[in-house]
Write a protein that binds this ligand. Sequence first.
Ligand code: AHN
Ligand code: ZN
Length: 328
Amino acid sequence: MRGLLTFLLVIATFFVSCGSTTAKKSAPAEVPMAVVVPIFNGDSAYSFVEKQVAFGPRVPNSEAHIKCGDWLEDIMRSYGADVVSQRFEVLAYNGDRLSARNIIAQFAPEKRKRVLLCAHWDTRPWADSDPDPSNHYKAIDGANDGGSGVGVLVEIARHLAYAPTEVGVDIVLFDVEDYGIHEKETSAVENSWALGSQYWARLPHKSNYNARFGILLDIVGAPDSKFNVEGISKHYAENIVKKVWAQAKRLGYGNMFVNEDGGYITDDHLYVNRFLGIPCIDIINYDPDSPNGFGPYHHTVKDNMEWISSETLKAVGQTVLNVIYNEK
Ligand code: AHN
Ligand code: ZN
C-alpha cells in the first residue's frame, strides 16, 4: 500500500512538473517583437528634390510640369506602386484653365487597413512675396515649397519597394496646390488654393476610399526647420499629431517637432479632413511669430536648392517611416 502511494505520488509529481514546464515553454512571449524600420536616407531624398527642380518650375500647363509628372509616375512604378493618375481640367481663380494631374501611388492596394501620405508636386507660378517687385510674376523653383515633401515621399517609396509595411500605403501627390490668389491682386474667388486636393477629396481614385489617417508634408526641407502644431491638424486629428510628434521625440527630433501652436494653414489636408473625413495632419514649417510665417525664401525666387537641408528631410522622413512601419 505504502509502495503504491509513493508510486502514485511520484507519477503525479512527474505530470505536474511536466505540465508546468510545458506551460512555461508555450507561454506567449511578454515582449512584443520589435519592428524593423528602414533607415531613411536624407541624401537620397535631397537628390529627389534636385531632380524635380532640374525640370524647371512645375507650373501647370508647362513642359516642365508634364515631364516631372511623367517622372514621378515612372519612379513610383519602379518601386512597385500601382500608380493611377487623375487627369482633369480646373479653372484657377484668375480664369486660367489648367491641365492638372493628381498622381496616386498605391502600395499593397488589396489591403483594407491603409495610411495616406501626401504632398503637392506643382509649384507656384509667381514669386509674389519677393522683395523685388520685378520678380512678382516670375515662377519659382519650389525646391522647398513643393519639392521637399515630394522628395521625402519618393524616398519613402524607395523603401516600400523592398520592405513592405503591415498596412497598405497610398502616396498621393496633389497638383495645383499653389495657384492661389496673387498677393498683389484682389479676387472674390474663395478656396483658390489646393485645387488638386479639392478635386481628389470630392472624387477619390476609388469610390468609398478610406484610410485610417493622413500625413501631408509641405515645406519640409529648410535648415533649422521648426514644426509647430498646425491648427487645422489639431482640430481634426489631434491624436495623429500626438502619434507623429511622439515618434519624432523618440528619434531625437523633439527640438524640431515642438508642441507649440502654429497657426491655421489652408492646405491640402483641409479638404481631406472636410470632404473625406479622413483625419489628416500637415507637417509644415510655419511659425506665426516669425516675420512672414514661412521662411524668408517663401514664394520668392530664393526658394531654390540652397534652402534644402538633407538633415531636415531626414528628420521628417525618418519620423514618417517610423509611424507607418509601426502601424498594425
Ligand atoms: C495660404 O497661404 C493661406 N495657404 C497656402 C498654403 C501653401 C502655399 N502651402 C504651400 N504654398
Ligand atoms: Zn506655396
